[in-house]
Design a protein around this ligand. Structure first.
Ligand code: HEC
Length: 213
């Protein structure tokens, strides 16, 4: 599916604005650093060791998240950096679906409400067997008042391969840096050709595909 591959987006990329990293520089660095799942797993393991005995955050991704509506019906099994062609399924809670864009200075702008949670399941392969469980979840939790928030969101990885999966909140710009691409033209979904401000979310429900009943 070359239309959704990164190369497709790069070839039609507009000239870079001065001082702004582009897909190629951002993603080049990521490729050099290696697969992001491995990084997430390592960080999760490290934080588990260092946080032993300390109070743990309540679960950001509740147990019933799998009943939430999907944000897109597109089959996300095409390669993206860090996930290769592993199948991804994105779900969001109803607080998130309440988002309504506003027009500000001629640009459509989405600001997800506090309490919005988006959970992305990542499967081992591109075609999981019926009933197969995902291997990990990455999540975004809108919590602008939280000192760990970046771009208004908490960025969370949950490695489900562990017997007691813990949730790691990312404190660096690893996640938000790449998700800043969602606010400009990018190679995925409807590609955000109008460069709407989408609050760091690649698949906003009303823009990327009609809301799923
Ligand atoms: C190299 C770029 C990149 C990095 C780094 C990255 N993501 Fe993403 N993320 C994407 C893309 C592209 C999508 C669109 C869905 C897909 O194809 O998987 C996405 C989708 C998501 C979604 C679903 C909401 C949306 O934007 O549609 C969540 C949640 C998410 N990522 C969390 C994270 C977290 C947490 C991290 C850090 C651990 C992270 N991401 C790091 C590129 C990235």
């Amino acid at each position: 599916m070359p239309d959704v591959m990164l190369s497709g987006g790069l070839s039609e990329r507009r000239p870079a604005r001065p001082g702004r990293p582009t897909w190629s520089t951002r993603l080049g660095a990521l490729h050099a650093a290696g697969a992001f799942l491995a990084t997430a797993a390592l960080l999760a393991a490290g934080s588990l060791a260092s946080c032993a005995g300390k109070a743990r955050d309540p679960e950001f991704v509740p147990a019933d998240y799998a009943s939430w509506r999907k944000t897109t019906e597109l089959r996300l099994d095409y390669p993206i950096p860090g996930h290769e062609d592993r199948l991804r399924v994105i779900r969001m809670n109803e607080a998130g679906f309440a988002v309504r864009p506003v027009m500000l200075d001629g640009r459509l702008r989405y600001d997800f409400p506090s309490g919005a949670v988006i959970a992305k399941e990542i499967y081992q392969g591109s075609s999981p067997a019926p009933g197969e469980a995902p291997v990990s979840i990455t999540a975004m939790v809108k919590a602008p008042g939280d000192p760990r928030a970046l771009g208004g969101w908490l960025w969370i990885a949950k490695d489900l391969s562990k017997p007691f999966p813990n949730e790691t909140v990312f404190g660096d710009r690893f996640c938000v840096g790449c998700h800043a691409n969602a606010n400009e033209r990018h190679p995925y979904g409807d590609r955000n050709k109008a460069e709407e401000f989408r609050d760091y979310v690649f698949f906003v429900p009303s823009a990327a595909s009609p809301p799923i009943p």
